[in-house]
Design a protein around this ligand. Structure first.
Ligand code: PHE
Length: 336
């Protein structure tokens, strides 16, 4: 009987010695010390033995089991060393948990929303895949307007499009509620632009819409100036330039002074000292009529802002492509 334990142990150790893979080792382990393994079977014989034989035999089988389990461990370790080519250095410091952080654009959205909340605006949103009606027609944009061209807008096969601006959210909100309206709507926009340091096919805008009685362009300038100061500090200047948008009249484009070079001129402001943020203006009466508002009673302003541009100014980032490349060396510099 004792002999059988010895033989089984010897057999197991030999097999383990010659096993060449992790799965072989684990299989052998099962054959000997698994639930129905050979050693386990031997343990089951104990009750059939004489009282004086029991302890000696029991000890022997348990020792054999221990030896096999030890051998399994050491063989697994050896295989690991072979595979990785190195013995783990037990003196190395442990790895820290690596906590991710918010993407700078998401952090920027949150900060902007917070500032507008403070001025009484509410959050609104709309889909990224829009109809031509909401993205263009309802915004008073004629069928032959260049922005509707296939070269500028991504159309889907079923006649929808990827919204080129967040302005369609204006229409969605106004169609759903009576004035007054005071909303901001952050979201992604898509255009068939050539990608360079300041243009991308995917970017983020925040739309603003304010409809009430007796609203003027001065209100718009006041709100945008307050916004600029809260987000970028009191040193930033804002300027309006006359422009044209089909859905606002009058329309402006507005710029923030370049904080990267302190208006001395750099690649981000293209040497002008000013960075273009986006467009704005007084909501065109045609748009108000389209959504069923009476333009004699209600007026308002709308604005868009390019979020990446603002983030670039705030954090001194000189290439818009960085936001979408997911390079950890870039992302790790922010700790939001
Ligand atoms: N939607 C315009 C753009 O993307 C910006 C804009 C928004 C202009 C609101 C006027 C009013 O260029």
């Amino acid at each position: 009987m004792h002999n059988e334990v010895e033989i089984t142990l010897k057999e197991a150790l030999e097999l383990l010695e010659n096993a060449s893979s992790e799965s072989d080792i684990l299989r052998i382990k099962g054959v000997y010390v698994g639930k129905n393994g050979k050693i386990t079977q031997l343990l089951k014989l104990i009750p059939t033995l004489n009282a004086d034989e029991k302890p000696v035999f029991g000890q022997q089988v348990n020792k054999a089991k221990e030896k096999i389990v030890e051998k399994v461990e050491s063989c697994l370790e050896q295989i690991k060393v072979k595979r990785t080519g190195s013995v783990p250095d037990q003196t190395l410091p442990g790895r820290r948990n690596w906590l991710g952080s918010r993407h700078p654009i998401s952090a920027m959205v949150n900060q902007i929303v917070e500032v507008f909340y403070g001025m009484g605006f509410e959050l609104a949103g709309g889909p990224d895949i829009e109809t031509e009606y909401y993205n263009f027609d309802a915004l008073n944009t004629p069928a032959d307007h260049p922005s509707r061209d296939l070269n500028d807008t991504f159309y889907t096969k079923n006649g929808m499009l990827l919204r080129t601006q967040t302005s369609p959210v204006q229409i969605r909100v106004m169609k759903q509620q009576e004035p007054p309206v005071r909303i901001i709507a952050p979201g992604r926009c898509y255009r068939r632009d050539t990608i360079d340091a300041s243009h991308h096919i995917l970017f983020t805008q925040v739309e603003g819409l304010f409809i009430d009685r007796e609203v003027t362009l001065a209100d718009l300038k006041g709100v945008l100036t307050t916004f600029a100061h809260r987000i970028l500090g009191p040193g930033v200047k804002i300027r309006f330039r006359p422009h044209f948008f089909p859905f606002t009249e009058p329309s402006v484009e507005y710029d923030f002074s370049c904080l990267i070079c302190q208006m001395k001129g750099c690649p981000v402001c293209k040497g002008t000292g000013w960075v273009e943020i986006s467009g704005a203006g007084m909501v065109d009466p045609a748009v108000l009529k389209e959504v069923g508002y009476d333009p004699e009673k209600w007026q308002g302003y709308a604005f868009g802002m390019g979020l990446e541009r603002i983030a670039m100014l705030k954090y001194g980032i000189n290439d818009i492509r960085l936001f979408l490349e997911n390079d950890l060396r870039f992302l790790k510099q922010f700790n939001f």
